[in-house]
Design a protein around this ligand. Structure first.
Ligand code: GDP
Length: 300
């Protein structure tokens, strides 16, 4: 986790350092506020949250003044934390009930890192001593089923799979059935992310969810978003959020972008907390999202 933290800090610190420098200037004028706004926007914080943050910073600077760089840091830290939100439920609900495994459905556009996230999440849960089953319901992307099975082997958990091109709902059904029969703790179901049409997607994910719920309630629907795709990724994510009740966001590839502001933008846009962040392609590169750590990394 320490390693991950320093990696997040490295990729994100330009934004924080820049903001800190601007806010520590002897004279903060309109040009300065514009610069602050620009750097937030170019870090993908999004228009609404940027305006809100700048308004709040303006008020605090006016009322409190900025007497030292330390004070600038304190103001910035508390306002960024306010924006990111410190009181959201960011835990991944993956505890079995007396009768059922927890079911975690992983959704999102192809290429965002869904399959990888399923593998990494399985690893995290196995480390918590949980019995995990993977369900390879992304039957449309040619390599997805084999890729998930490879993750399963690596992490040491079984993968339930069907034929390539088969019915995703039937694989999801089989995976959860196995989880119920084997009294597993968690079933993680990878899904297809074809953004063909909204109704197509709705039908597909709706069916997957319905067949699962014949056996066990879905405890968590994680929407995977690629942080490097910025506002475009956000637009696609919105479609998913409209067709299925998303309970948490996984923001992947944060190691490959300095635009960590997207964390703030997605939460605001979708009204769902970021629960996990992907910081690399390896098995250990998935971390719980912790607002304090994130903001401290920004300002490191
Ligand atoms: P899917 O189509 O949504 O299932 O996406 P995949 O899981 O196949 O991931 C697509 C690519 O992104 C793969 O090459 C992954 O190794 C890579 N990837 C996934 N998560 C991360 C991450 O957090 N950081 C980096 N750098 N790459 C990632």
């Amino acid at each position: 986790l320490v390693r991950l933290r320093s990696r997040l800090a490295r990729s994100q610190s330009t934004l924080g350092k820049g903001l800190l420098a601007m806010l520590s200037r002897d004279r903060i004028d309109e040009d300065t506020w514009e610069e602050i706004e620009d750097s937030l926007l170019s870090a993908d914080v999004g228009v609404g949250p940027t305006q809100e943050l700048v308004e709040r910073l303006r008020t605090r600077v006016r009322v409190e003044g900025v007497a030292s760089p330390d004070q600038a840091r304190e103001i910035l830290r508390s306002e960024l934390l306010h924006l990111v939100g410190t009181d959201l439920d960011r835990s991944v609900h993956a505890d079995r009930t007396a009768t059922n495994p927890a079911v975690v459905l992983v959704v999102g556009v192809n290429g965002t890192g869904k399959t990888t996230t399923c593998g990494k999440l399985a690893r995290v849960l196995v480390a918590e001593d949980k019995d995990v089953i993977l369900g390879a319901a992304d039957t449309f992307r040619a390599a997805a089923v084999a890729q998930l099975a490879t993750w399963g082997e690596r992490v040491g958990v079984p993968t339930v799979r069907g034929p390539e091109g088969g019915d995703p709902a039937s694989v999801a059904f089989d995976a959860v059935k196995a989880g119920v029969e084997q009294e597993s703790d968690v079933v993680i179901v990878d899904t297809a992310g074809r953004l063909h049409t909204k109704t197509g997607l709705m039908d597909e994910l709706g069916k997957v969810k319905r067949v699962i719920e014949k056996q066990a309630p879905v405890s968590e629907v994680l929407l995977v978003i690629d942080a490097t795709t910025g506002q475009n990724g956000l637009t696609q994510a919105r479609v998913f959020a409209e067709v299925v009740d998303v309970t948490g966001i996984v923001l992947t590839k944060l190691d490959s972008t300095a635009k960590g502001g997207i964390i703030i933008a997605v939460q605001r846009e979708l009204g769902v907390p970021v629960k996990l962040v992907g910081l690399g392609e390896g098995a250990d590169d998935l971390a719980p999202f912790a607002p304090e750590e994130f903001v401290d990394a920004l300002l490191a």
